[in-house]
Design a protein around this ligand. Structure first.
Ligand SMILES: Nc1ncnc2c1ncn2[C@@H]1O[C@H](COP(=O)(O)OP(=O)(O)OP(=O)(O)O)[C@@H](O)[C@H]1O
Length: 290
């Protein structure tokens, strides 16, 4: 299976795909809003964007966009269907891989599911430029897998002590145990640029002291009541209220993301991401499953 997978990858074009994992540690800091508003902004720029809702059990992406879902990521992980078959189209043609809601939250991937995930991405046929992964809250092996495999890890934080401590805990685990040392910080729901910078300073004060990591503040998204208004309308704020402060900040972040370099991937497409997913697996048995 591994050999088939590798040859399948070699057949793909040399097209490079950017993979960004949106994390945060704490729930409710705005990960899904950051993901979707970036996705719609990038799609408006002409990019082919795919969003993976990686919060199995507590899916939000489809709800936030008012999209009806029939099959979702859990069907893909169990081998019932392919990733291409579960794609639903959101605003601006953003392709969504939905998760499931209303079932027991699935935070830890079994070996079989991890193998299913790798297999699913290896055989993805739909061409994309950017894959945005909206990860679950907490520090599960699923969050760690995606953060480790992505080229960029966005850490969304807001001005609450628990947000800083949870972000720090996630950064610690990713750096000390999983080889992720670079983090892009998004200060969300801030009242001013200054508040965003102060938040970043609070976080770097502890990471500089205890960890060997590099943090970069890439966006300060203002607290903006229009975000909630848009959520109620099941739309992204960049769509519903394009000129409001949060929308402008989300668009600036998307613009910035376009300039983040993509590492050279000889096989092209998602090979880098898939290889990292394979590497991330601590259990050698997974290779037997592929
Ligand atoms: N910049 C903002 N201004 C005002 N409200 C915001 C902003 N960003 C997010 N929110 C609000 O915060 C709440 C949580 O946002 P969101 O669902 O994106 O967080 P999350 O981190 O994905 O949550 P979870 O981890 O629980 O899925 C939502 O009600 C949303 O409307």
């Amino acid at each position: 299976m591994m050999a088939d997978q590798a040859s399948g990858l070699r057949k793909m074009t040399n097209h490079q795909v950017k993979v960004i994992a949106v994390t945060g540690g704490k729930g409710g800091v705005g990960k899904t809003n950051v993901t979707l508003n970036m996705a719609v902004s990038l799609a408006k720029m002409g990019k082919r964007v795919m969003v993976l809702d990686a919060d199995l059990g507590l899916a939000n992406v489809d709800v936030l966009l008012g999209i009806r879902v029939i099959k979702n990521l859990s069907h893909v992980l169990s081998g019932e269907c392919t990733l291409d078959e579960v794609i639903v189209h959101g605003p601006e043609g953003v392709m969504i891989i939905p998760a499931t809601s209303g079932t027991q939250s699935m935070v830890e991937l079994t070996d079989v599911e991890h193998a299913g995930l790798i297999q699913a991405f290896s055989s993805l046929q739909t061409p994309i430029d950017i894959l945005l992964i909206d990860t679950a809250a907490g520090i599960s092996n699923m969050v760690v897998s995606f953060a480790q495999a992505a080229q960029d890890v966005l850490m969304v934080v807001c001005d609450e002590p628990t947000s800083i401590t949870d972000a720090y805990a996630l950064i610690k685990i990713l750096s000390k145990q999983n080889g992720v040392y670079r983090f892009k910080i998004v200060a969300n729901m801030v009242r001013s640029l200054r508040e965003g910078q102060d938040l970043f300073t609070k976080l770097t004060r502890v990471t500089d002291r205890f960890l060997d990591v590099s943090l970069e503040l890439v966006a300060c998204i203002p607290f903006d009541g229009n975000v909630r208004q848009a959520v109620r309308k099941q739309k992204t704020v960049v769509d519903a209220f394009p000129k409001t402060p949060a929308s402008l900040a989300f668009k600036a972040l998307a613009n910035r993301a376009c300039d983040w370099p993509i590492p050279h991937q000889p096989g092209g497409h998602l090979e880098f991401f898939i290889e990292k997913l394979l590497l991330n697996d601590n259990d050698e048995n997974i290779k037997e499953l592929l």
